[in-house]
Design a protein around this ligand. Sequence first.
Ligand code: ADP
Ligand code: MG
Ligand code: MG
Length: 371
Amino acid sequence: ERGKISLLEEIIPQFAIYGELENLKPFGKGHINDTFLSTWNQAGARVRYTHQRINDHVFAKPDEVMDNILRVANHIAKKLSDQEIPDRSRRALTVILSRDGKPWVKDADGGWWRSYCFIENAHARELAESPEEAKLLGQSAGLFQKQLADLGGPRLFEAIPNFHNMETRYTRFHEALDKDEHKRAKTSEKETAFLLENEKRGGVLIRSMREGRIPERICHNDTKMNNILLDDAGGGSLCVIDLDTVMPGSSLFDWGDLVRTVTTRAEEDERDLSKVIFDTAYFRALLEGYLSEARDFLIPEELKLLVEAGRNITQIMGLRFLTDYLEGDHYYHIARPDHNLDRCRNQLALIHSMDNQWDEAERIVKELTIA
Ligand code: ADP
Ligand code: MG
Ligand code: MG
């Protein structure tokens, strides 16, 4: 990252940070953006900031992404301040503006940079390892949605258009299948058959939104464990970060993705499918956490779809993995030839496990939503 760090060195004075820059180094394990950490001497005090070069292959309009992030971060900060919540500066991202008042600075290569206050004495974890952690994750995502339920002003920009649109994802899948450019349709007939059988059912969230049965809300779209900062001192979850994909959507998109990633102990590309199990104890804990914040604003039609949403988001991922496999592995990085097919099989195995425990999952929802 030698190249990027020198681009950053050139433009860093344009951010409204005072003091003397003492240190600048790469930081973190994000997969999307390049993240750096700077340390400044501000009249004897050491203060740190993070700087990120926004991935402009993923985000076509970085200025719109930053517009979204600034509004969301400021709204949460204002809410914390109105409610006199302690430790506010660690509970919301603080965007550092440029000296001319923009939430980004461009470098000599045309790259877009943003800066945040570094949240001190916090850490991110890679995986939920107990139902208690699943609960924390659900609670953090629910709180995030609740904090944004009353964001005023114009609709947020769609950072990635049609991100969770099952219908457009299926259109692309059908195209890939018809073309079959890499002659891979034959090796994935079973998976294709399942996805075709489930096409109509998979459209339930997007149809419900279009027909106004479930409301459009603000959605994070990347609520995994390593995007939630936890307090080093054991004070629980502090802050949901990684706001690139914050955009209009359904509350059930985030919820469904939590179900997909938190209720199984298997990695997304685990090939031993006997390990891909929907664990109802994690599901219960996750839902308890989520509802502890989200129960206030969710409407009956959303509650009715809680189990279905987990299946739905798992399906969309299975569909995307198979589409990428058919198209020749352009989107997801692969470490072995059939990696994307393995990922698809893994997601479909998770759906089968959900289907086998459907009644139990619905019973849990009923029990936790009645109170
Ligand atoms: P990506 O989109 O690449 O995943 P993230 O915004 O999640 O980028 O940042 C990558 C990592 O950097 C995070 O997982 C976190 O550990 C760390 N990080 C980012 N911003 C901050 C911050 N303001 N304070 C503390 N750590 C941060
Ligand atoms: Mg991240
Ligand atoms: Mg991100």
